[in-house]
Design a protein around this ligand. Structure first.
Ligand SMILES: [Zn+2]
Length: 316
């Protein structure tokens, strides 16, 4: 078994079970999940968002220990606070329109060395954020004595930039869920139209698929939410094999209180929720008209991702 460190990036659209798999994987002794970690410094600065452990990020003992490690790694003086002062987030407006275009084009069409060069030359703020992020990930692994660090930010640009920065360490877990379930959830929570929700979902997958170009197939694993919920054990065994880790039965239990995740869905705060249940509420919630609209906008993408069945909608 190789012992090289791994950055496991969770990609895909929101509301697809990424928080769930993140928490399950975190129960493995060799895996440390930190959730949507790109907001780390933002939360630490604003000091209004709690860590999963319940304490504000800037006061969480875990993050303070990691900060100490980063301070040494980046050779920062003692009176400075990397937790508040560094930034590992990719701010969309920080690189200008031309750089953004070049960056997009390089992700889609350029060979990997050229994409790396374009990014380092024209998108310095993003490059800086990613280099700093990798330093934080190393520190987290060191403090937790783990091999695998999970970043479940999902953003396709971050996915590609992390790969360009650390190609040997990078692995992608592409989380996929039936688009009808994802859009139903978005409509329910945000009150948006099906047209909007379907476009948004389709776009997230288009970007994620494009960002995967040039990344070797053996560094990517696809996990379907429905599979994870109906057969968590074999799904987690498959992910462990992909990461070169031995499966641990403890992974089937969610130990939220011990986690130090950032961002993500509210389920991470509900400590009473210990079971893995398949949520198929969309089958009753979506009207025939909404299903038709979904199919028109995102049907081909949904089928491409493996969802070929007709909806057995009770109101149809
Ligand atoms: Zn914490």
């Amino acid at each position: 078994m190789t012992e090289e460190p791994i950055i496991l990036f969770i990609g895909g659209s929101g509301r697809s079970g990424s928080t769930l798999i993140d928490l399950l994987l975190n129960s493995h002794s060799q895996i440390q999940s930190v959730g949507e970690v790109h907001r780390l410094n933002l939360y630490a600065r604003e000091n209004n968002e709690p860590c999963t452990c319940g304490v504000p990020v800037a006061q969480c003992p875990f993050w303070l220990e990691v900060e100490q490690e980063v301070r040494q790694k980046l050779a920062w003086p003692k009176d400075r606070n990397p937790l508040q002062e560094t930034d590992i987030m990719l701010v969309p407006g920080s690189i200008g329109k031309l750089a953004t275009l070049l960056q997009k084009a390089s992700f889609i069409a350029a060979p990997i060395p050229m994409a790396r060069w374009i990014n380092r030359t024209f998108a310095r703020p993003h490059q800086q954020a990613i280099e700093t992020a990798v330093a934080w990930y190393d520190a987290i692994r060191k403090v937790t004595k783990t091999r695998v660090l999970i970043d479940s930010t999902k953003d396709a640009r971050r996915l590609k930039l992390l790969y360009l920065q650390a190609p040997q360490q990078f692995r992608l877990l592409y989380m996929i869920r039936d688009g009808r379930a994802v859009t139903a959830s978005k409509i329910r929570r945000e009150g948006v139209s099906m047209e909007y929700a379907a476009r948004d979902w389709r776009q997230a997958h288009r970007k994620t698929l494009l960002a995967q170009r040039g990344i070797p197939e053996q560094q990517i694993i696809r996990v379907h939410y429905e599979q994870l919920c109906t057969d968590p054990e074999s799904t987690l065994k498959r992910v462990c094999a992909f990461l070169g880790l031995t499966y641990q039965p403890e992974m089937l239990t969610i130990k939220k209180i011990e986690a130090h995740n950032i961002g993500g869905n509210p389920m991470r705060f509900r400590t009473d929720e210990q079971s893995i249940k398949l949520d198929e509420a969309w089958r009753d919630q979506l009207t025939p008209d909404q299903l038709h609209q979904f199919d028109r906008v995102a049907g081909p993408m949904n089928r491409k991702l493996g969802y070929n069945d007709e909806a057995s909608n009770s109101s149809a």
